[in-house]
Design a protein around this ligand. Sequence first.
Ligand code: NAD
Length: 550
Amino acid sequence: MGTEATGLPTFHSWVGGREVEGRAGLRPAVNPATGEAFAQASLLDAAQAAEAVTAAQAAFPAWSRTSFRERARLLDRLRQTVVAEADELARLIEREQGKPPAEALAAEILPSLDALQHLSAHAENLLRDDALEGQQLLLAHKEARLVYAPIGVVLAVKPWNYPWAQSVPVVASALVAGNTVLLKPAPATTLIGLRLGALARKAGFPDGVLSVLATDDAVAGALVEDPRIGKIVFTGSVATGRKVMAAAAKNLTPVVLELGGKDPAIVCRDADLDRAAKGIAWAAFLNAGQTCASVERVYVERPVAAAFLAKVLEETRKVRLTGTPGGGDMGPLTLERQRRTVEEHVADAVAKGARVLTGGATPAGPGFFYPPTVLVGVDHGMTIMREETFGPVLPIMEVGSLDEAIRLANDSPYGLTASGWTGSGETARRLQRELVAGIVTINDHVSSFGEPIAPWGGVKWSGIGRIHGLAGLREMVQTKYVSLDRGRGPELWWYPYDAEFAALMSRAAPALYSTSFRRRLGAQLALARFGRLWRRFGPWRLLANLDKLF
Ligand code: NAD
C-alpha cells in the first residue's frame, strides 16, 4: 500500500507472494453511500497478469504435494486472521460495496468462516480415494480406485455483490484440493479482494499459491484465454458468462459458471403469512436486492393475496436505509449504473400498467440509494418479470391456482433458486419436485448459501456446475481412474488373434450377457474348454467372481 499524488491510499495486487504495483494505471474505490473515492488500486497490465499465471504454475507442484493436514493448518490460520479482523473487514465491505456492517458479518464473513472451518475439517475425507469393485469378470482382478487429483491453476473471477462470501469458499476449496489460485475481484470491489490476498499472506500461504489480481476486464479476458489455466470458476452476469465460456472454449478450459437469477417465490393459500411476508421482504431487500438469489418475483394465490400484500407492505415500510436517522437495514446500490437499471425496470412496469405501492422513486442526495419498492399489477410482458433487476424491487402477481404459480415461476430463462411458502407437506414436495431451479427452499429463501454442505448453483441461464459442498469440491479436482494389476502373463484379449481366440470371443457374448439362464450356462460350459481362458483365469479367480457370471 502507498499514497499517490491524489492523496488517496493506493493498494496493489498480490502476485507470487509479493505486493506488485500495476503498470496499467489507477482505479478509484468509490463509496456508494457518498459517490466519492476513498482509495485506489493500481491495475496490472496483461504482461504482469501473465507473470501471475507463471508464478501460480511454478508453485503448483510443491503445493499439490503438501498434505491435507498442512493445507488445513493454513486454512485454519486464515480463519483466525479473518476472525481477528472481522469488524474491520465488515467496515471495508460497507465502504466499498455498501451493505451495512451487520449484514456484511452475517452474509459475507460468517459464511466464509463456515466454509474455511468445514473444508479444513472435512476436505481430506471428502476427497479420499474411492476403492472400486470391478463389475466386468475379465477385469475384476484389477485393483481400481478413483483418485481426486488437483487440476493445476484455478482462475476465480468474482462479482461485486458478495465480494467476500463469493470469493473465500471458492478460493479455499480450490486450495484445499491442491490447486494454486488466481483471484480476480470485480472492479467495484477490488480492495476487498486485495484484503483477502493480504490476509492469506499473513496466514502464511507459500508464495504463488494464491495471487489476487487487480485488472481491467480486457486483461481478465486475456487470463481466461491463457492455456495454462486449468479451470475457471466464474461468478457474474449471463452476458459475461457467455463471453467467458466462448473464450475458454479455445483451449477447452473447463468452466463453472455462477450467473444471474430471476428467482420466484410462491405463496400458497395455506402459508403462514406472517412468516412469508417477513421472509420474502428480507430475501428481496437483502443487500439492496443485489443478491443473485434474491426474490425477484412473487406469485401469491388469490384467496390470501390481499392479506399477504398488507403484511409484506408493512414489512417493507419498516426497512430503514443506512445513512438515515436510526437506519441500518439496507444500504445503497453498489453502482450508479445498477440504480439506473432498477429505475428503468420500474419505469417499464409502470408504463405497462403496474402500480407502485411503496418506494419507486430515487431519493435526492448523495450516493446510489434506492428505496425498497413493492409493485402490483405486474405481468410477464414487463421487463421486471423477465430480466434480472438486481435491486430492491418486489413485484407481486396474483394467481388463480398452484398450477398457474408453478407454470409462471418456471416461465423464465433463469433457474438459480426458488422458494415455496406453504403449511402442507404434500404441496412442499410438489414444489420441490416441479420448480426448475438449482435450489428449492420451503418457507425460507436463499439461506442455504450459508450452509457449507449445500451445493450452490443453477440451471438454464443461471449457470453450469456447482460451488460449495461435496459437488463444489469435486469441481476443483479431476477424477482419475487408476488401476493396478499384480497378475503375470498376458491378458486374454492380447495378441495373437488365433483361431482359439476367435472361437472364444464368439462364445463370450452369450456366456456373459444372454438373458436366458440355460443359454448362458451352456455357453459358459463351452468356454470352460478353452485352454487360453484357464491360462489367464485360474479356478480361484473364477470362484471369487462367480457372482459376475449371472
Ligand atoms: P459481471 O459479469 O459484470 O462481472 C463479473 C466479473 O467478470 C468481474 O470480475 C468482471 O471484471 C469480470 N469480467 C468482465 N468481463 C470479462 C471478460 N471478458 N473475461 C473475464 N472476466 C470478465 O458481473 P457483476 O456485475 O460483477 O455481478 C453481478 C452478476 O453476478 C449478477 O448477474 C448476479 O446475479 C451474478 N451473481 C451470480 C451469483 C451466483 O452464485 N449464481 C452470485 C453472485 C452474483
